[in-house]
Design a protein around this ligand. Structure first.
Ligand code: GLN
Length: 540
């Protein structure tokens, strides 16, 4: 077994193009090693200059994922948390911005006094130290390098990997290259792009131990032979990773292809066990489908990845497939609205800014007035408060001061500690906070506990001046911060399921450990869809 405190490192690089599912492949391998009884952690390296993902538009890199310590990180960390069932921290997302910031801070502090500060050795040393610190105390640390081999900004990281390869014992270091194997119109799998990307690795002194070929179909024998020969890896080190319908099946495909066995053999690790929970959870039979409308402004699944995932986990819990149908709130035409009307439930996710808000408010109103199960997340929670204030409490033009600074009724207003905030990066109310849940409420039933810790990411909240007026008209704030001043969960007692959370429960949801508000929503949607079926039968 590996020594206490010094893990084996498995680096994962990408070839040919991005978007190959390198993160899912790496997370799936991690899952398999975990199933074998090992302690596994992961690091994601993002070679961009942003210090973190918090300031990036979801259209560029997908959703901003939030960790328990409040770090705003790349969505791949969400995949690692879900596949490995671990909680990660800010340190597990290494970016060029973070690395350079600390090197420059140290230079200013005089730590390198007298020296010229350079990429090699100072930046590479900083990278290696960060990676080693993350691995501490685990058997295996998987390190995924974002981007594609050959990108200029990835170079210092690849050089750090090369150095670590020399510093580690042979069986404490491994390099896995995930690459594209395209198929021509006449169905032939082509290996040339893979050969070229391996050549780029070799030019900088790196040689992959395993090549994972991503393709539409499984790699043919001839393709594997070619990759083995031209890329100089044994044939059983060429792993076939075909497209699968459900990404949760990737660990199963890799296991069936023997990837975990090969990797453990190379690393000199004995299998400690054979946990089948993941396989059992993701392969269970699902009966029927529920339709959930997701009303947001980015028509791009990755922008709401954790919401899709949390719905899926709740579906696995109820043994039902959850079909998410997209509703474009900025457009919200007849067709969009019809998609809400015919759905079994509605989710309004997090968001920022004005675009699409009136569409979201209209969607919430429909769900409230027509007994459609509803879950509002963060901005969606705020929308539910605004809609209620306008249409039930009678506060005309009520709004969030984020959207309309001049509103006569700012029912959603800036958090007091945000008044003096100037920098936008990393300054929201972020990460794990405790919510106290009232007895006798739906929230209490869902969580089955008097308190819950969930992850946050917001600057605005329910304005305390309006709480009494809103509650007098029937909306219940069933969860509050430990201070009692911040409204964290809302519900409508006369509705089959109308819940909003100021926090983001989707970030803590896992396959086999679904998030309570999502379990509640999908359960209510299931009842709704069963009722619809009964009604249709009655009519027939
Ligand atoms: N824009 C809102 C706020 O800052 C909601 C944020 C979110 O949905 N993450 O409070």
């Amino acid at each position: 077994m590996p020594k206490e405190g010094s893990p084996k490192f498995v680096f994962v690089t990408g070839g040919v193009m991005s978007g190959l599912g390198k993160g899912i492949t790496a997370a799936s391998l991690g899952r398999l090693l975990k199933n074998a009884g090992l302690d596994v952690t992961a690091v994601k390296i993002d070679p961009y200059l942003n210090v973190d993902a918090g300031t990036m538009n979801p259209y560029e890199h997908g959703e901003v994922y939030v960790l328990k310590d409040g770090a705003e990180v790349d969505l791949d960390l969400g995949n690692y948390e879900r596949y490995l069932n671990i909680d990660m921290t800010s340190e597990h997302n290494v970016t060029t911005g973070k690395v350079y910031r600390s090197v420059i801070d140290r230079e200013r502090a005089g730590d390198y006094l007298g020296k010229t500060v350079q990429i090699i050795p100072h930046v590479t040393r900083e990278i290696k130290q960060r990676v080693r610190d993350c691995g501490e105390g685990n058997d295996v640390c998987i390190v995924e390098l974002g981007g594609t081999v050959g990108d200029i900004e990835g170079m210092p990281f690849l050089e750090a990997v090369r150095q670590m390869g020399n510093e580690q014992e042979d069986d404490d270091f491994m390099l896995i290259h995930v690459t594209l194997v395209p198929v021509t119109n006449n169905g032939e799998q082509k290996t040339k792009p893979t050969q070229h990307s391996v050549k780029s690795l070799r030019e900088i002194g790196l040689h992959p131990d395993v090549v994972v070929g991503r393709s539409d179909d499984p790699l043919e024998d001839e393709t594997r032979e070619k990759i083995s020969l031209f890329c100089d890896v044994p044939e059983d080190a060429v792993v076939s990773a075909p497209d699968v319908e459900d990404v949760y099946h990737v660990p199963l495909v890799l296991e069936d292809g023997g990837m975990d066995a090969y990797v453990m053999d190379e690393l000199g690790i004995e299998r400690q066990g054979r946990d089948t929970e993941w396989r059992d959870v993701v392969t269970q039979e699902q009966e029927g489908t529920v339709e959930v409308a997701l009303a947001g402004k980015y028509d791009f699944e990755d922008a709401y990845l954790s919401v899709y995932e949390a719905l899926k986990h709740a579906g696995l819990h109820h043994n039902v497939e959850v079909n998410v149908r997209w509703v474009e709130t900025d457009r919200m035409d007849e067709e969009d609205f019809e998609r809400i009307e015919s759905a079994d439930a509605l989710v309004v996710p997090g968001g920022f800014g004005e675009r699409g808000t009136e569409g979201k408010l209209r969607a919430v109103r429909y769900a409230r007035e027509n007994d459609v199960p509803f879950l509002g997340l963060c901005f969606g929670f705020q929308m539910a408060v605004i809609e209620y204030a306008r249409n039930v409490v009678g506060l005309e033009d009520a709004h969030s001061s984020e959207i309309d600074e001049g509103t006569p009724h700012p029912v959603i207003d800036l958090l007091p500690e945000q008044y003096d905030v100037e920098n936008l990066g990393g300054t929201m109310r972020l990460g794990d906070k405790e919510t106290v849940i009232d007895e006798g409420t739906l929230a209490r039933e869902l969580y089955g506990s008097e308190s819950a810790v969930e992850r946050h990411r917001h600057r605005f909240e329910v304005n305390p001046d309006y709480i009494d007026r809103i509650e007098d008209e029937g909306m219940v704030f069933s969860g509050t911060s430990t201070s009692g001043t911040r409204m964290e969960i809302l519900e409508l007692p006369d509705h089959p399921f109308f819940v909003g959370t100021q926090f983001h429960p989707e970030f803590r949801s896992r396959p086999g450990e679904p998030s309570p508000p999502f379990v509640g929503l999908v359960g209510a949607a299931l009842e709704e869809s069963e009722e619809d079926t009964v009604n249709v039968e009655e009519v027939a």
